[in-house]
Design a binder for this molecule. Structure first.
Ligand code: CMP
Length: 384
């Protein structure tokens, strides 16, 4: 280029020696600068418009947000100078192409399943599993909520005074997201109200501790009722059931949580108060279901009464409340009800049979095993 320019100047001067090449160049450069400055914006818009048309990052009808969400709305037209957006306040915003080319643009295409997030909070005593079910069902059939993807309801944070939730749902027509968000919030309110769940607001709970036992009688009666329905506890008197109820500790588990892990040490058993659990054995890396236990059934007695490690894992199939009974409470019961040891040793023998690889081997062994168990339970609990 340099050699070519020098050659051009030399030949030009040689042919047109009367023309002042320096002055000519200076004048045309000045004109170029003046025209360039005057048309800077127009040309900028023009070229940015060409690139927008070539690129097609969005189309008429899409919702876009240009530059830190300042201009959000539905695209009405794109021409060589600007993008026309109808905002959600029904205003027209004109964003020049050159500005749009410099800013980050968030595009929510019309033919795409765009998602929204809506937030709410519940109080800590409300069950998460119930909240998820109730809200999801209330939201999924709201107008403009897509049927193609089931809404997701999930815990976002465990806040200072509430469980904070997020609903993620997908829209048929994203341009109507304000109305749909409002409808989703409204549906959530009614669903929570119908199902006895409570919206949270900043609160402080003051706990007063008293020396006397504070367990409310109603809860205790409820537990005694549940225990009386457990077959092995059927022979117990009302007083004994009450005492046992006072010695239990309640626990709640989410669906899928493991209550007992095979191989662990264990010194307590549990009665299912509400819900269902599955007893599982792990065989070559896969879990084999052995039994499903529901309200009034018990588990964990094998390790408690024999002192051996847990024979199987127990997993909650749904939200499950259990009543845990410790070693000391059972020892007390055994001392006053010797027949209890016998019925429990039968259950253990039967369950061992269920765990055995072959059913025939199991049945033939269970009688002898029950007698052996009786002796070892008595020895383990220091009974005569
Ligand atoms: P434990 O061994 O303490 O922990 C796992 C528990 O699973 C076990 O006590 C029993 O309560 C329970 N379990 C084991 N096998 C069976 C079975 N075949 N049927 C029902 N429950 C069982």
């Amino acid at each position: 280029m340099v050699a070519f320019t020098i050659l051009f100047v030399l030949i030009f001067q040689h042919i047109y020696s009367e023309v002042n090449l320096g002055a000519l160049f200076t004048t045309s450069a000045i004109f170029g600068v003046i025209i360039g400055l005057a048309l800077q914006d127009t040309l900028g818009n023009f070229f940015a418009g060409i690139s927008l048309h070539a690129d097609r990052p969005f189309q008429v009808g899409d919702v876009i947000a240009v530059g830190q969400q300042k201009h959000t709305g539905v695209v009405e037209s794109i021409n060589w100078r600007a993008i026309k957006i109808r905002t959600f306040q029904n205003h027209i915003a004109l964003v020049s192409n050159s500005i749009a080319a410099k800013e980050a643009i968030e595009v929510c295409p019309r033919d795409n399943l765009n998602a929204r997030l809506v937030f709410f909070s519940t109080i800590y005593t409300d069950s998460p599993a119930k909240t998820i079910h109730v809200v999801r069902e209330a939201v999924r059939d709201a107008d403009n909520v897509s049927e193609k993807i089931t809404p997701i309801v999930r815990v976002r944070n465990l806040g200072e005074s509430s469980i904070e939730w997020e609903i993620k749902y997908w829209l048929e027509d994203y341009a109507k997201y304000n109305d749909t968000d409002a409808l989703v919030r409204q549906r959530t309110w009614y669903a929570l109200r119908r199902n006895g769940l409570t919206f949270a607001f900043p609160t402080r709970t003051l706990h007063l501790e008293r020396k006397v036992a504070t367990r409310p009688t109603t809860a205790e009666d409820d537990i005694a009722d549940r225990l009386s329905a457990v077959d092995v506890f059927a022979p117990l008197s009302t007083d004994e059931l009450r005492q046992l109820a006072m010695a239990t500790v309640g626990h709640i588990f989410a669906p899928g949580e493991t209550l007992i892990r095979a191989g662990d040490e264990g010194s307590s058993m549990c009665v299912v108060h509400n819900g269902r659990v599955q007893v599982q054995l792990s065989e070559s890396g896969k879990s084999r279901p052995v039994a499903v236990l529901s309200e009034g059934n018990f588990f964990g007695e094998m390790a408690l009464f024999t002192g051996e490690p847990r024979t199987a894992s127990v997993v909650a199939l749904e939200e499950t409340e259990v009543l845990e009974i410790g070693h000391a409470a059972m020892k007390h019961l055994f001392e006053t009800n010797p027949s209890l040891v016998e019925s429990i040793s039968w259950t253990i023998a039967e369950r061992r049979a269920g765990l055995a690889a072959s059913a025939e081997q199991a049945t033939s062994n269970s009688l002898a095993e029950s007698a052996g168990l009786l002796t070892s339970i008595k020895r383990f609990f220091g009974l005569r």
